[in-house]
Ligand binder design. Structure first.
Ligand code: 5GP
Ligand code: MN
Ligand code: MN
Length: 304
């Protein structure tokens, strides 16, 4: 399903145009035993496919002035894990708040309602949310003994994306919750074909991609120094989708911004590896596509 907010004009694609300067060689990471056996990270495959990758780290800056009228400001968060009441940093104002999943800890409806109430206190005219592996309440497979909750009912203060898109001010945002099996939770799939299929259905005209999972090599380095991002997600992003921005979370230690020269990768994890919500939101501005104005906030339409 695709939704369109603030008009239905066709829009140009947006490139970040940032040149990469350093190289991250694809080397086979040391994997913990459980990932070599039950859930292997396909490092050999990425080594074959990419001899070297450009990975340039970008600074995370919080702007002190509002976005200019011809720019759309995105404020990115992820992995808040019920911590929104104890955020040490203010959430900057902006046009669109993006949350890349893991807003709950145990995946209960009560936690999701609390998150939704917090969203309701924020000033952003648009809020876009996806699930992470903790959002058991929204995954019918994880909720095998009862019916999954309806995101339209629980997350009334947001646009919820699940293998679907929304277009805001002419900027197309696509969201997908899937992560590789690790500790079996919500929206988990085996690496390989199952995950590949989820990335294959992402439209090529996506401007901002939201996934809970990082791509391999960007914001995916764990505290054990293993890169656990998805190689097939990276391949889809780099060879086909080429979004201006890819926003994700899941690997809390990977918080920050990088680029390969085409796409800016944002790991917006608010929580650190001890589940403390210490990291500030990540902010970026995109040019408002021609023919759009930020005043038209009320036209929402849906399409397939
Ligand atoms: P969460 O439980 O919030 O989804 O993930 C929290 C932490 O678990 C991450 O910051 C990371 O340290 C670890 N983690 C999550 N997924 C994986 C994975 O696929 N492999 C490894 N080694 N660690 C993971
Ligand atoms: Mn998390
Ligand atoms: Mn997660």
């Amino acid at each position: 399903m695709s939704q369109d907010i603030d008009g239905e004009h066709s829009k140009p694609r947006h490139g970040c145009g940032i040149m990469g300067v350093c190289f991250w060689p694809w080397s086979k990471p040391e994997e913990p035993e459980e990932e070599r056996t039950a859930n292997p990270v396909p490092a050999a495959a990425c080594h074959t496919r990419h001899k070297s990758q450009i990975v340039k780290t970008l600074p995370v800056v919080t702007p002190l002035t509002p976005a200019p009228h011809n720019m759309v400001r995105f404020v990115c968060m992820s992995d808040t894990h019920n911590g929104t009441k104890k955020l040490p940093h203010p959430v900057p104002d902006g046009d669109v708040l993006l949350h890349a999943g893991d807003f709950t800890q145990r995946g209960t409806i009560a936690e999701a309602r609390q998150f939704n109430d917090w969203l309701g206190t924020l000033p952003h005219p648009h809020k876009v949310v996806i699930s992470g592996n903790h959002e058991v309440l929204l995954d019918q497979v994880a909720c095998y003994t009862h019916k999954a909750a309806d995101p339209l009912t629980v997350l009334r203060n947001a646009t919820y994306l699940q293998d679907s898109s929304v277009t805001i001010y002419g900027i197309k945002i696509y969201g997908a919750p899937w992560t590789p099996e690790y500790h079996v939770m919500a929206f988990n799939l085996p690496r390989g074909k199952s995950l590949q299929h989820k990335w294959q259905i992402i439209p090529t005209d996506t401007d901002i991609l939201m996934t809970h999972e990082p791509p391999l090599g960007h914001g995916d380095l764990t505290w054990r120094e293993q890169r656990v991002g998805c190689v097939d997600l990276l391949a889809a992003v780099q060879t086909r989708i080429k979004p201006a921005y890819h926003v994700f979370g899941h690997i809390h230690e990977g918080y920050g911004m990088t680029t390969d020269g085409t796409t800016v990768f944002v790991n917006a994890s608010t929580c650190d590896v001890t589940y403390e919500p210490v990291n500030p939101p990540v902010v970026f501005d995109m040019p408002l596509p021609e023919g759009y104005t930020k005043l038209r906030r009320d036209s929402v339409s849906s399409a397939t």
